[in-house]
Structures are given as C-alpha cells and as structure tokens.
Design a protein around this ligand. Structure first.
Ligand SMILES: [Zn+2]
Length: 1024
C-alpha cells in the first residue's frame, strides 16, 4: 500500500456518525483528551471509517493527536494502524519504532536478541525523557527490590527505594503469528504514549516506563505476512494456513516458559528481568471480543504467591469494568482458561515475582474485514459476561486494534496511579521468595552427585540457569533429614556427597525452581473439567533424575560454592589404553557422539561389563582410532565422561555406522514434530528433512536412509496423512517467491495439499521390509497400525481413563532390548491422553487383543468362573456325568498377547509367525503406582498396558510410542529411547530362538533375560 492512499479516500459518505454511548463521553473524564492539542484529522477519520460498529471504539482511541515532529504509523504503513488488507513485516514495524525514537525523546529502541533464523527482536521503552534518562539508576533501585537480600530484607529501606522508583510494564505482541493485530496496535499505542497530551497519558509517562516488544515470533510474523500477501494476490482462492511459525514450533511457542528452549522465550525473559519489570502482558487473539484472562479460572498454579492471585483479580476486574464503562461489548476476565501450567510466555512473570497477564482479542487471521458468525457459547450471557459479544458482526483489524489499545491504555492508566502499591507487592513477593525456607519451604532441592546422571543433570541445570536460578555445589558431604513422601510416615536421612548440586530456596527466583522440581497433583474431582494444558510436568521426573526436596533449613548453612558452568560436571577421561569406553546411562549424547567421531571405529557392547572401577551397562560405546587431540573437546561439548581401557572387554559387540536419518513431516502440520527437530538439532544429530510428498515420489527410500523418523503430526488420522488436504479447490504453494520471500526455507512444495498417498505408503512399507527402522509416535503410531505397518499392534481402548498431559510411571518389559539400554527398571513418561497398546499373536478381526478375557482377568477374581456349584476358586461340575477338567488357562498380563492354543492356531492364516510378533519394550506400571504428576482418573483401563512397542515387518522394524518421548524440551529422560533405537537400528529385530528352544505353539514368546509375571520388578523401584 502506498502512502498516497490515505489522501485519496473520500470520507464523508462512508463514515458512520460517531454516537458513542453517553456514558463513555460524559463520565469518563479520567480519559478526556487535551482539548488544546490539535487532531490528526485525516488519521482520525480513517480510524472511524475502519471501525465497523460505534460500540467497537472508546474515547481513548477515537482520535489521534497530531504532532509536527513525530510521524504516525501511517508514515510507514501507508495507511493507519488496523487498516484493512495490510499487514506490515516485522522490519516495517521496527522501522516505525526507530522513527519514533529519532523523533521523540520519549522513546528508546534496542535489540533484545535474535530468532533461530537470525531475525532481530526489539523492545521500545516509552516514558518522559526524564524517566528514560534516569532509567539506569531506576533499574539499580528496582534490582534491589527484586533481590531483597541486597537490602538485608529491611522493609524501611525498601520503602525508601519504592518512594524513589517507577515501575516497568512490559507488553509483548504477536507470539502467535496468525493472531495478527498486535503489531499495528502497539505501533499506534507507542505513538499515543509519546505524543498525546491527554492528562491521563501525561500521568502515565511521568510515572512509569512502558516497554513494548511489538513482534515476539518474528520468524512466524514474516511468514504470516507472506501468505497474507499471497492471499491478497489470489482473490477467491484458498490460501495455506500458516505451517511453520517459528523455526521449530507453531502454537507451542507459548508453551515454552518451563524448559525455555526457544530464542524468543529466552530473549523475553532476559529483557523482562533485565529491566526488573513488574508486569509481562502478552497479546493474543482467539475469542470474541476481549477476554482479559488475567483472572482466568482455577485451579491456579500451586506455586504462585497469593499476592499475585489478588493482583490478577484487581487488575482483571478493574480492566473489564473500565471497558464496560466505555460501552464496549464482549469484554470479560473470568473464563475458560485455568492458570495451572507455568508453560505460557506471560507466566515467566508469574514465576519471577511479577504479574503475568494475557489478552485474547478477536481476530480474523489477517487484515480482511469479515462477517463473523459466533457460536452460542461465545455470545451467550453469563454471570461474568453480562454484555456479551454480538452473535453476528462485521469485524475489522481496526476493531481489534481499538479493543487492544483501549484496554491497554486504561489498565496502564490504572497502574500508573498505583505504582507504589504494585512496587510494594513486587518487593513483597520477592521477599517472600527469599524467605521461602522459613515460610512454606522447602529449604532446598538437592541433586546428588552421580556421574551416571551427570549428562541429564547438566541439561536440567541449563534450564535452571536460563530461568536465572542460582545453583551451588556442596563443598563437603552432608546429611539431611528428608520428610516422608506419605503423610504419617517417618522422615528419613539422606547423605549427599561433596559436589552435589544445591538449589537454595532463599533466593529471589526460588519460586520457578520449586514449581519445576516439585510434583503436581490435579484432583480427579476438581471442578475444572477442561485442563487447558498439561496437568503434570515435574522436571525431576521428566529428566529421569534423583532430586531431593529438603525441608530442614540446616542445609543452607553448609559450605557451598556457586556453580557457574554446569558443563563442568562432565567431560572427564580416566584410565589409560587404546580403547575409549563411554557408559550408556540413557543420556542424550551417545547418538550425537557417533556423528561427531565419524572417523573413529565405534562398537556397541551388547552386554554389561565392569572396567576402570566402573560399571558399563549394555549399550555402552567402545571407541577406537579416535583422533586423540579432538576427543576431550568432543566429550566436553557433549557432556560425556569416558574411560580409557587397555583392551576391549570380552563381551559381544556390534559395529555402529552413522545411521542415515530422514525426518519426515506432513504438510498437515509441523507443530509437534518441531520439538523433535529441535531435539535432534540441539543434540547434534544430522538428518535429511523430507515430507510425506517426498516419500510418495521416492521409490527407494532404503537406498538413502536407515531410519525414518515420523514424529507426531498432531491429531491426524491415517486417512488425513494419506490423503492430505482435499484437492477440490486450488493448489496452495509453500515456496520462496518474490511475493513470499520468507517461505520455503525449511522445506517447500508447489502444493501443500497432496499427502503421503498409497504410493508413498507402499514406499514406506518397502523401506521397512528392506531393513529400515520407522519411528512413530502418538498419531503416527496410530497411522502405522491403521495402515498395516505394525502387525499385531492395536491401540488399547482408553477413553474412560482421564489423562491430560500427565507424567506416568512405567516398567521396562524387555530390558535387553536396545531401546532400553542404559535405563533402570523404568522411566517416567509424559502421556497426552493415556494412549497405550495391545499386542496380539494374530492379525485380523481377532487381532487386537481382547482387552480382558473374563476367564483370566487378574483384576477381577469373581470373573474367573461361571455360575455354578462351589466357591469362587473352585470348578463347576455338571451333574450326572464324569468330570472333564479343562486345560489350565495361561495367565495373561495386560501387556502380553493373548496366548493361542492348538485349537486357535489350527489352519489359521492370521497367526503371526513367532519372529514377526511385536515386542513390548515398555509398559505402564500398575494402577496404584501409575501416577507421578498431574491428573489421572480411572487408571485401570491403561494400567500395565504396553506404551512402547517394536513391531516387525520383513527385515525391518516399526517402533511405536504411545507417550511422546521428545516433547517441548522437557522430556530429557526419554530422549534416549529414541536415540538408542537409532543407534541400534540393525539390532532391534527379535532374533528367532533356535528351533529346539522354540516354545510350542500356544505359548507366548519371551525375549531372553526378561522378567515376567508382574511381580518380578517391584513397581516401587521403577521410574524416579
Ligand atoms: Zn494465541
């Protein structure tokens, strides 16, 4: 759009007459504008023109003041903020903010970092020039409120500082790229804050600093603008939905505030804490017309300070009341969003002694003005939404900007009049965070020094560092009293060796460490029936670590020193000799090591051995001919220890080539696979990135690849994966072009619609049959089952079990399987919905395991026999004839296939040959011990069922995960399940037992060395 457009529009005939509700004009003197300040008439006229209903605007934004020196957003946009048919790229938005900085002493702009693809992220600070000039001194004062240890926890000193200080309010826009309104709203908001002389705005800028990051997901913004431009250039055609938002994930970029894997999360937290801001206010679009979910719904996160919960109530209800007084419909603050998970971007503030806030405004996924038809649940009146949205509206991007700016200006105004109050709260929350050991506890978390865990410990410590948590290391061995896990049990003692990690709770950001390391419990009877996200996330469990919660504050007096670089915990090489042994401890770095040492000879030990005073589990690596000068650095980079041995141990080994990996995505969605891509990239595991369309056109996948990773697409059916998007309408390209310069960098296609197709499926099948490994998870595991790639595996019915992002306990069924190398008896897994598998010895309609044979159901002894004579354990005996005893039934466990007898196998082509039958590797533990963190109800339908299964097809394997082992950077403990499988892809096939050892038909096949019978591995020993 060109700048001249603004001048060309004939206004009078199009404008609706501005009849704002009386209430807003007469009673809102608080927000009266400065009558002496001239208006930018043209801009103002455009605001009114693009607003589709007089009730969709407030007296705060129904005009724009003129400035002789400061340009309006129209200077860059060519039209006003929120104008239809126009979305600016991030760099245009930045250009405007830099113009503001050049022309106004009230604006300062700075870079806060870059995205994964190298795009800049900025923040702008806006306040009176006097405040900006003193920002550094102010920040030094706020830093003392943020860390009350610096004040000796002295309230009188804090009071003095509060009297001299002004707060910082941080607003972030468009983390979710299809939610497009925030950048232009924030451009105009910045102009108003810098230029408008309305008394309330003058008050804001003289009492606080407003910090704005107009574009959080900058990679996704530029792609969104590309596809919007494509849409405008192809009127009447379907346009692709946004596939890649960030480089890795889409919507989940707002679920990263725990592990902090993404650059945008790190940049925002560093800015937020760097400025010692009091509020982080994130802008979104979904529900009509403005849901200020500052109040949200229960349950609230169990680790937030009650002061914060009351600040939410104060700010949320005040904000919607204010909007109500402007007469704007559809504004509410209580609604469908529980405030339990701390994974949302804004929650960075909630976990760091600030205030987290989030707006959902209404948006059209672009700048088209559209007729929007709402659902009854959206426009119905309820107690907390007395003035609901209208059922049918014409909605424009300008309407969105009006709501966003009006709500922000009014809430900032409220904040500016209560700066003392909010700074007192800020100090109060920080002080209570430091006082945690003496108040609610705990005193500390201790991660005992344990070389076998070091690799995963380092990963956890890196997360804590990114969260700005202080970490220390014990100088001496100490003993602490540990409270019992169960109420009523006696406390125990635990000795922690020198070098153990201590996360003290008497530090300012103790709250976030506590929330991540503690356990979560979501009551099955909780009135909130729709958890908004995961209900459990304990990093202690998900990193498969021992982390001890210590209540006794005596530990804080122990001698300890800060640990600045977690990497110092590993990288040691001991012993001497030509063979380097690296123990498999289910760490994340064994597979990457193979790629880093490409010139070395690497073997996998198939059995455990002892050497150099250490135990090496099966699956450990034996390396020879490695470049000497390189190895120490490589081990340090990968957080691995190694032992030099005089000779290779005498155990069976197999050679490890560097497996050739294809990472296959579907054009249906790239959200969840992105977390896998992130994990492979950060670990340093190379792969070719292909799509299902590539597989469809590649007749010999096996020639190029050993392993194909088909990570979850996200709630897609086999039919959708095969068919893709219907071909009825126009092709939808995803590729770089003059119009769309930001598309196609990761992968490209001239038409995203075609799916894998039946040809692609045939190629995939052939790939596996020829010895390849296909790794599947959740919906792609379902796909493998539905398309016949996993003979004998079915999904266990689990609809009645309630699992919502829950951390569950498991038991390895087959510890000899290479997938289990390096693990203990079990490993905690995160389960989205309780997906589990049944395995069967037959195909066809009798294939999927009959859930429970009533005659063998171990859960229900009364089902074991039919009605008749005798007791429950007795046999019935028909009268008047000799008794014929039935063959004793083989006891079947929930994770086992139903055994077949002679009768069932006779002339039955559906019987799967023994070597082809699926192997169960991991199963859920029993119902009593299944839950670790989060919500679990009606556990019996999934308890003890298989959760990781390896199916056989021809020479190859299909690995199926019911849990997601590579998820949000949080599941470090289960990465090795995937990496072990890749490293040993040639050894996953079950070797048929010699003929004389083959069990007679009718008995299940049990891999060597596996414990059976349920009780062999006590459930309480499993997964930490
Ligand atoms: Zn959103």
């Amino acid at each position: 759009m060109t700048p001249s457009k603004l001048g060309l529009v004939a206004l009078s005939s199009i404008l609706f007459s501005v009849t704002l509700p009386l209430l807003s004009q007469e009673l809102n003197s608080t927000f009266a504008r400065d009558g002496g300040q001239p208006l930018d008439r043209q801009y103002t006229d455009q605001i009114l023109k693009y607003t589709t209903d007089p009730s969709f605007i407030s007296p705060l934004v129904d005009y724009l003041p003129a400035s002789k020196t400061v340009p309006t957003p129209a200077k860059v946009l060519g039209d006003i903020s929120g104008a239809p048919d126009m979305l600016p790229y991030a760099e245009d938005v930045y250009r405007y903010f830099r113009l503001l900085e050049e022309s106004s002493p009230r604006v300062k702009v700075f870079t806060i970092g870059h995205s994964e693809e190298g795009r800049e992220m900025i923040a702008a600070a806006i306040a009176d020039s006097k405040l900006l000039a003193g920002a550094k001194d102010n920040d030094a004062r706020l830093a003392q409120l943020a860390d009350p240890r610096k004040l000796g926890l002295d309230d009188a000193k804090a009071r003095q500082i509060i009297d001299q200080s002004w707060p910082v309010y941080y607003i972030t826009g468009t983390i979710h790229s299809p939610e497009t309104g925030a950048p232009t709203a924030l451009m105009e908001l910045a102009y108003r804050l810098a230029v408008d002389d309305a008394p309330y705005i003058k008050y804001i800028r003289s009492h606080m600093i407003v910090l704005i990051t107009p574009v959080v997901e900058v990679d996704g913004r530029d792609r969104m603008v590309d596809i919007y431009k494509w849409h405008k250039a192809h009127p009447g055609q379907d346009w692709p939905h946004l596939l890649y938002w960030g480089h890795y994930v889409a919507h989940d970029n707002n679920r990263d505030a725990m592990a902090m894997t993404l650059d945008l999360t790190r940049n925002v937290l560093d800015t937020y804490l760097g400025w010692h801001a009091q509020v982080l206010h994130d802008l979104h679009e979904s529900v009509p017309f403005l849901y200020d979910n500052t109040v949200g719904d229960g349950p609230y996160n169990a680790w937030v300070d009650p002061i914060l919960a009351d600040e939410w109530a104060e700010l949320g209800w005040h904000n919607v009341a204010q909007m109500q007084s402007f007469g704007m419909p559809g504004v509410f603050t209580h609604g469908d969003f529980d405030t339990w998970s701390p994974g949302y971007l804004m929650f960075l503030a909630g976990m760091h002694n600030g205030i987290s806030r989030l707006y959902e405004t209404f948006g059209n996924g672009g700048a088209d003005t559209e007729k929007r038809i709402l659902q009854p649940e959206d426009y119905s009146r309820t107690w907390y939404r007395q003035n609901p949205p209208l059922p049918v509206v014409s909605w424009s991007q300008r309407d969105n900007n009006n709501y966003e700016e009006s709500a922000l200006l009014s809430t900032i105004s409220y904040f500016s009049h209560n700066t003392h109050h909010f700074l007192e709260n800020y100090y109060g929350k920080s002080k209570r965070a430091v006082e945690k050991p003496a108040l609610e506890g705990p005193a500390a978390y201790v991660i005992p020094a344990e070389p076998a865990d070091a690799n995963r410990q380092i990963e956890l410590l890196r997360v804590l560092k990114r969260q700005h948590v202080e970490i220390e290391q014990l100088s001496d061995t100490i003993t602490s009293i540990i409270p019992a896990q169960k109420r009523g049990d006696k406390p125990t003692q635990e000795t922690f060796p020198a070098g153990s990690i201590v996360v003290r709770m008497d530090q300012p950001y103790s709250r976030v460490a506590d929330a991540l390391l503690d356990r979560q419990f979501w009551a099955a009877g909780d009135p909130q029936k729709h958890p908004y996200d995961d209900t459990g996330w304990s990093f202690t469990h998900l990193f498969n670590l021992k982390v001890v919660r210590v209540l006794d504050p005596a530990i804080l007096k122990s001698k300890m020193t800060p640990l600045d670089d977690p990497a110092a915990l590993s990288g040691k090489i001991s012993g001497s000799g030509p063979v380097l042994a690296v123990a498999n401890t289910s760490q994340v770095s064994l597979l990457p090591l193979v790629y880093r040492l490409k010139s070395a000879t690497i073997q996998v030990a198939e059995q455990s051995f002892d050497a150099d005073g250490k135990h090496f589990a099966a699956g450990s690596l034996l390396i020879s001919n490695s470049p000497e000068n390189d190895i120490a650095k490589v081990l340090h980079d990968l957080s691995l220890d190694a032992s030099r041995l005089g000779a290779a141990p005498s155990v069976p080994v197999h050679a490890v080539p560097s497996p050739r990996i294809a990472f296959m995505h579907s054009w249906l969605g790239t959200q969840t696979e992105g977390w896998w891509r992130y994990a492979f990239d950060t670990a340093g595991v190379p792969f070719d990135y292909i799509s299902t369309q590539t597989a469809a056109h590649h007749p010999d996948l096996r020639a190029n690849y050993d392993v194909i990773v088909f990570a979850p697409v996200g709630h897609s059916s086999a039919l959708e994966i095969l068919n893709g998007i219907p071909l009825w309408h126009n092709p939808m390209p995803w590729q770089k072009s003059e119009l769309t310069p930001n598309l196609g960098a990761l992968d490209s296609t001239s038409d995203i619609r075609p799916g894998l197709g039946y040809e692609g499926l045939a190629h995939l099948k052939q790939f596996v049959e020829q010895g390849g490994l296909l790794i599947t998870c959740e919906d792609t595991a379902q796909f493998a089952i539905d398309t016949g790639l996993a003979p004998g595996v079915s999904v266990a019915p689990h609809d009645d079990a309630r699992v919502v992002g829950t951390v569950l306990n498991t038991v390895f069924v087959s510890r000899d399987n290479p997938v289990a190398f390096g693990y203990g008896p079990g490993v905690p897994v995160i389960s989205a919905n309780g997906m589990a598998f049944n395995v069967s010895n037959t195909l066809g309609r009798t294939g999927g395991r009959v859930l429970m044979d009533p005659l063998t159901d171990p859960l229900d002894p009364y089902a074991k026999r039919a009605t008749g004579r005798g007791s429950v354990d007795d046999s019935d005996e028909p009268q008047g004839r000799k008794i014929t005893e039935a063959e004793p039934l083989v006891k079947q466990q929930p994770w086992e296939p139903k055994p077949l007898n002679e009768e069932q196998t006779r002339n039955n082509p559906q019987v799967i040959p023994i070597p082809e039958r699926p192997d169960v590797i991991l199963r859920f533990s029993d119902a009593k011990t299944l839950l670790l963190d989060g919500l679990l109800d009606k556990a019996s339908s999934i308890a003890e069922h298989a959760v990781v299964v390896n199916a056989h097809l021809g020479q190859g394997n299909v690995l199926l995960f019911g849990n997601n082992p590579v998820y949000r950077g949080e599941t470090i403990g289960t990465y090795a399940l995937v990496f072990n499988a890749i490293l040993n892809y040639q050894r996953l096939a079950q070797k048929p037992a010699p003929a004389d050892q083959q069990p007679p038909v009718g008995q299940t096949v049990r891999p060597q060395g596996t414990s059976f019978g349920g009780g062999a591995i006590p459930e309480q020993q499993t997964g930490r």
